[in-house]
Design a protein around this ligand. Structure first.
Ligand SMILES: Nc1ncnc2c1ncn2[C@@H]1O[C@H](COP(=O)(O)OP(=O)(O)OP(=O)(O)O)[C@@H](O)[C@H]1O
Ligand SMILES: [Mg+2]
Length: 155
C-alpha cells in the first residue's frame, strides 16, 4: 500500500458516499484499470452504498443488491464486468476457492470485495477503501482510499 497517495474524504449521507463511489468508478473507467478493491468498514458502514456508486459508472443500469447471501453478484453491463463479493460468511480461503474465486479473477473484471479480511489477509495489491463511522455523528463517514496506482485520484 502506498500511503503517499491516500485520499481522505468525509461524507454526510449515503448519497455522498455513493457519489464517492461514482468518482472512483470514473477513474477506473477512464484509466482502464482493473483494480482489486478491498472495502473495509463495520456492519452498516456504507460499503454496499459505495459499490452502488461504482456500479453506476462501471455497469450502468445495474441495481446493486448486497451479496450477503449469494456471496457474489455480477454486473456485466459495462465494458468490463463488475464483481461484487461479500465474504462476511466465509471462514477461510478454502471456502473462497470453492466459490470459484480463481475463475472470477481470470475473467478480468473489476472486483469489489466486502469483508475480504475474513478469508485472506494478503490480497494482491488491493486498492483499499476504508469507511469509518464518526463517533460523534451517526451519519458521518470518514472514507480513505489508499494503494494501487491512483496518484492522480481526487474526489
Ligand atoms: N454517510 C453515509 N454513507 C453511507 N451510508 C450511510 C451514511 N449515513 C447513513 N448511511 C446509511 O448506512 C447504511 C449503510 O449500509 P450498507 O449496506 O452500505 O453497509 P455495509 O457496510 O455494506 O454493511 P454490511 O457489512 O452489513 O454489508 C445505509 O442504510 C445508509 O443509508
Ligand atoms: Mg454490504
Amino acid at each position: 500500500m502506498n500511503e503517499q497517495y491516500a485520499i481522505d474524504i468525509v461524507t454526510r449521507n449515503a448519497e455522498e458516499t455513493e457519489a464517492a463511489g461514482r468518482r472512483l468508478g470514473e477513474i477506473i473507467r477512464d484509466t482502464g484499470a482493473r483494480p482489486f478493491i478491498a472495502l473495509y468498514g463495520d456492519l452498516g458502514a456504507g460499503k454496499t452504498v459505495f459499490v452502488r456508486g461504482l456500479a453506476a459508472i462501471l455497469s450502468p443500469g445495474s441495481r446493486v443488491k448486497s451479496p450477503t447471501y449469494t456471496l457474489v453478484n455480477e454486473y456485466p453491463q459495462g465494458r468490463l464486468p463488475l464483481f461484487h463479493f461479500d465474504m462476511y460468511r466465509l471462514r477461510d480461503a478454502e471456502e473462497l476457492f470453492d466459490l470459484g474465486w480463481e475463475d472470477y479473477l481470470d475473467r478480468g473484471g473489476v472486483c469489489a470485495v466486502e469483508w475480504s479480511e475474513n478469508v485472506w489477509d494478503a490480497l494482491e495489491n488491493p486498492l483499499v477503501v476504508a469507511i469509518d463511522r464518526d463517533p460523534a455523528d451517526e451519519s458521518l463517514r470518514h472514507i480513505s482510499i489508499t494503494g494501487g496506482r491512483y496518484e492522480n485520484l481526487s474526489l
